[in-house]
Write a protein that binds this ligand. Structure first.
Ligand code: PRT
Ligand code: ZN
Length: 225
């Protein structure tokens, strides 16, 4: 039985979005306690279950309707949408609203000694990234060909390790780039955390609950502005 009368919300288990996601839901009056060992946290005062998963799993869970809502970085959401479009898989979500945390940008960066003029400086070169679809879209729009170096982690060390000429990675302060002898040359995608809903209609009771949560999220986020 994979359907539930309880509203399911997927949030990142542990990482840069998890504390803010939990805090936001708590500020909306949803009472829950997280057990680090458990995948699911049941809310005490509303028919809501929180699913604590890897952030990369959240877009797919929402797109497939396994959960009703999700809190996810737009970078991960957009990458998954492009990936699914490529393989002809359902990729819709309802974007409810951007949130006020998780700000970052996906940028191109090259070693300090690299004489970068514009993205065409990367023509034919190898670029390391965990976001191959967002990178491809950007480079295709510019008509620039390049070689892939797909890495799920340690992207910033790829040039120094001789694996790639440049990188396409998330940046917030820029300290990681600097520490690795790289500089940011081009922002290809700006991202924030966002609240998304599964495609299709919810049951009237779930929809009423989503409406209630949304009005509270709007209030909480506005109050923090
Ligand atoms: O385990 P799980 O798969 O759930 O987590 P994860 O390791 O894939 O993701 P996590 O927790 O690192 O990031 C979750 C989301 O936070 C990202 O998808 C973004 O939407 C958002 N976010 C915001 C960031 C950053 N800022 C960020 N700075 N995600 C990653 N970084 C990394 C970046 O990759 C680089 O290594 O931080 C480093 C750069 O930071 P600065 O400050 O040195 O520029
Ligand atoms: Zn992840």
């Amino acid at each position: 039985m994979t359907t539930s009368n309880r509203l399911r919300i997927a949030i990142q288990k542990s990482g840069r979005l998890s504390k803010d996601s939990q805090q936001l839901l708590k500020s909306c009056g949803i009472k829950f306690n997280v057990n680090e060992q458990r995948l699911i946290a049941h809310a005490d005062n509303m028919p809501i279950d929180l699913l604590r998963v890897r952030d990369d799993d959240i877009p797919g869970l929402v797109m497939d309707g396994v959960v009703d809502l999700g809190i996810i970085g737009e970078n991960v959401l957009e990458e998954e949408q492009l990936e699914r479009e490529l393989i002809g898989k359902r990729a819709e979500v309802i974007k409810l609203r951007p949130l006020d945390f998780g700000a970052c940008r996906l940028s191109l960066a090259v070693p300090t000694e690299f004489a970068y003029q514009d993205a065409a400086s990367l023509e034919g070169l190898r670029i390391a990234t965990s976001y191959p679809n967002l990178l491809r879209r950007f480079m295709q729009n510019k008509g620039i060909s390049y070689q892939d170096c797909m890495l799920k982690g340690s992207v910033e060390v790829a040039p120094r390790a001789g694996l790639a000429d440049g990188i396409c990675d998330l940046v917030s302060t820029g300290a990681t780039l600097e520490a690795n002898g790289l500089y940011e040359t081009e922002v290809i995608f700006r991202s924030m955390a966002c609240l998304v809903q599964a495609p299709g209609e919810l049951s009237p009771s779930k929809q009423a609950l989503v409406d209630k949560i949304m009005s509270r999220v709007n209030g909480v986020v506005q109050a923090r502005e």
